[in-house]
Design a protein around this ligand. Structure first.
Ligand code: ADP
Length: 175
């Protein structure tokens, strides 16, 4: 069944501003914000807790099963620091948020990340790991890279995504 509302993935290195963007976007558009972290935790889609990285060891099959019914209805914003596991058929737009290293360092330090996790995430951002993952996994025309250094960036980004959503709905209604 065709979706009447699109699904949007908001991804990027931890600390880029995914959750903040998703919350604002959900408030403005009525789309549902799905925090994949919360689903992993609440629906127990994991094989335990990694002490060193202080994060869940995700069971991806279980996670996809837990999300499928809701996502297939459309109108979801998927908030996660990975994107390549989501089937192409689920996704209409992939937003990869980016941030300067110093800003990311400050945000992750404020979260009291363990040193190893902080360093890995900084490296990942510098090496554009998530951007590459998105480009490798989805058609290039649906992948958008947006800066998330300041509150102004966030406003501009959310305006842009809202405009995209409006256009998607018009195109979809016409088809
Ligand atoms: P993520 O979900 O990607 O881990 P968050 O949305 O939790 O990131 O944001 C991490 C921190 O950075 C929060 O304190 C948030 O307020 C701040 N932040 C995120 N994006 C921006 C931005 N564009 N401008 C200023 N602060 C931001």
């Amino acid at each position: 069944m065709a979706r009447t509302s699109p699904n949007i993935v908001i991804t990027g290195t931890p600390g880029v501003g995914k959750t903040t963007h998703c919350e604002l976007l959900a408030e403005r558009t009525g789309l549902k914000h799905l925090s994949v972290n919360d689903i992993v935790k609440d629906r127990e889609c994991h094989e335990g807790w990694d002490e060193e990285y202080e994060s869940w060891i995700v069971d991806e099959d279980k996670l996809l099963d837990a999300m499928e019914e809701q996502v297939l209805q459309g109108g979801c914003i998927l908030d996660w620091h990975a994107c390549d596991l989501f089937p192409k058929s689920w996704v209409d737009l992939v937003v990869v948020l980016r941030v300067d290293s110093m800003t990311l360092y400050d945000r992750l330090s404020a979260r009291k990340y363990p040193e190893i996790k902080l360093q890995e995430n900084l490296d990942s951002e510098i090496m554009e790991v998530l951007l590459q993952e998105a480009r490798d996994s989805y058609d290039e025309e649906i992948v958008v890279e947006l800066q998330s250094n300041t509150a102004d960036d966030m406003d501009v980004n959310v305006d842009r995504i809202e405009a995209w959503l409006k256009q998607w709905k018009e195109n979809n209604a016409a088809n």
